[in-house]
Design a binder for this molecule. Structure first.
Ligand code: GDP
Ligand code: MN
Length: 380
């Protein structure tokens, strides 16, 4: 789960990283009051879980409390890349001399963390990374060793950051570890005209799997959502209690058990098609769940064929086949459905589907054969 900037800066503060004084409000009149307390002149910043707020007009300087109210009124309710601004943060403006970029990210491919740092931080960091990759330093961080003071100094020096930035890099690693974050990013980390180092903007992604010991931010659902309609199919699936993830391909996939579904995605990809989703209907695989799952997948306009891959265990294949047959009564099948049933009571399950003889339903006896057929149907 991504945190809002105002939440990220709380974490920074807790771990000794300096941030400008600030307040969060959700009403223009409160903005005036908060600006008064902050000394009059403030930066008004949209709080949305997306970057590029500055370029979108979501970060503006206000000269006095009256201007802060007007600016807050402009920014509140603004749409930034599909995110509605429901809160603004007012921060004491900083006289920026240099803008740096620092972050730690999980590098899944390398099985390690990566420190990324650049002396050319700020709103153009994507362009810098794309056009002059040598201006962005990447240094692997062994998760067991972490970022010691020496390592922090090494990263700062390699990226051409001032030596004082090393303390921030050291503390930022503690944020990552102590808060169970998968990403911590400061852009820009600034040096002010007085030589003070401050985190001016922050992004933190916390690991949802650590929620049991990180109760602080609650769940996504407990947070004020700024993009209620992120993906309509995922929202519809969530409402039905389905374990569904939308993907970019054309083969809709339903399976029982996360491991089986993941390998089904791989086998479909191996057959030259792309999975349109991940949907694990779990061990129960009731007719209701099957119908709900088919409903969501068939309403995805990108789907051209659906693959149901079930290995019967505690839930036998005949029960799954009954589920499919009953699902076909409530869902109008508009795209070909390839079913592979194996395991407990497979023969009985196949017989039930054969007896139903739906023109758009075909069966395959192996996972690979089913994937090949679904891929063929979806790509020709
Ligand atoms: P982002 O566009 O979503 O990354 O939002 P940021 O918080 O990073 O703000 C965008 C840019 O606004 C920063 O890179 C700074 O250049 C500028 N900015 C933000 N706060 C201040 C400030 O207090 N003083 C000055 N001079 N510029 C600021
Ligand atoms: Mn930024």
């Amino acid at each position: 789960m991504d945190l809002y900037e105002y939440q990220a800066r709380e974490l920074f503060k807790d771990h000794g990283i300096a941030v400008p004084d600030a307040a969060v409000v959700d009403h223009p009149r409160e903005a005036r009051h908060a600006a008064e307390l902050l000394g009059g002149r403030v930066v008004v910043k949209a709080q949305v879980k997306t970057g590029g707020r500055g370029k979108a007009g979501g970060v503006k300087l206000a000269a006095d409390p009256a201007a802060a109210e007007i600016t807050a009124r402009q920014i509140l309710g603004m749409d930034i890349k599909g995110h509605t601004v429901r809160r603004v943060m007012l921060a004491q403006p900083v006289d920026i001399q240099d803008e740096f970029y620092v972050s730690y990210v999980l590098d899944r491919e390398a099985g390690t963390f990566l420190a990324i740092a650049s002396a050319e931080g700020g709103v153009e960091i994507e362009e810098v990374a794309a056009n002059r990759p040598e201006a962005v330093t990447r240094i692997p961080v062994d998760p067991a060793e972490g970022v010691t003071e020496a390592k922090a100094a090494e990263i700062a020096a390699a990226a051409g950051l001032p030596p004082e930035a090393a303390a921030v890099l050291h503390r930022l690693w503690r944020v990552l570890v102590r808060e169970d974050a998968l990403l911590v990013e400061v852009n820009p980390l600034v040096r002010t005209a007085d030589g003070v180092i401050l985190a001016l903007d922050g992004k933190v992604t916390v690991d949802d799997n650590a929620r049991f010991r990180q109760a602080r931010w609650g769940s996504d659902a407990a947070q004020p959502a700024d993009d209620p309609g992120a993906d309509p199919l995922e929202a519809a699936a969530r409402a039905k209690g389905l374990n569904y993830v939308k993907l970019d391909g054309e083969v809709g996939i339903i399976g029982n058990g996360a491991g089986l579904v993941m390998s089904t995605l791989d086998v479909v990809a191996g057959r030259g098609a792309r999975p349109a989703d991940f949907l694990d209907i779990g061990g129960g695989a009731s007719a209701r769940t099957m119908a709900d799952g088919l409903d969501v997948i068939l309403s995805d306009p990108d789907v051209r064929a659906v693959l149901v891959n079930v290995f019967g265990g505690i839930t036998a294949c005949d029960a799954v086949a009954e589920g499919i047959v009953r699902a076909l009564e409530s869902v109008r099948l508009t795209k070909p459905l390839v079913v592979r049933l194996d395991g407990n009571n497979a023969a009985r399950g196949r017989a039930i589907l054969d007896a139903r003889a739906h023109p758009l339903v075909e069966q395959a006896t192996t996972m690979d054969g089913a994937a090949a057929r679904a891929a063929e149907l979806a790509t020709t």
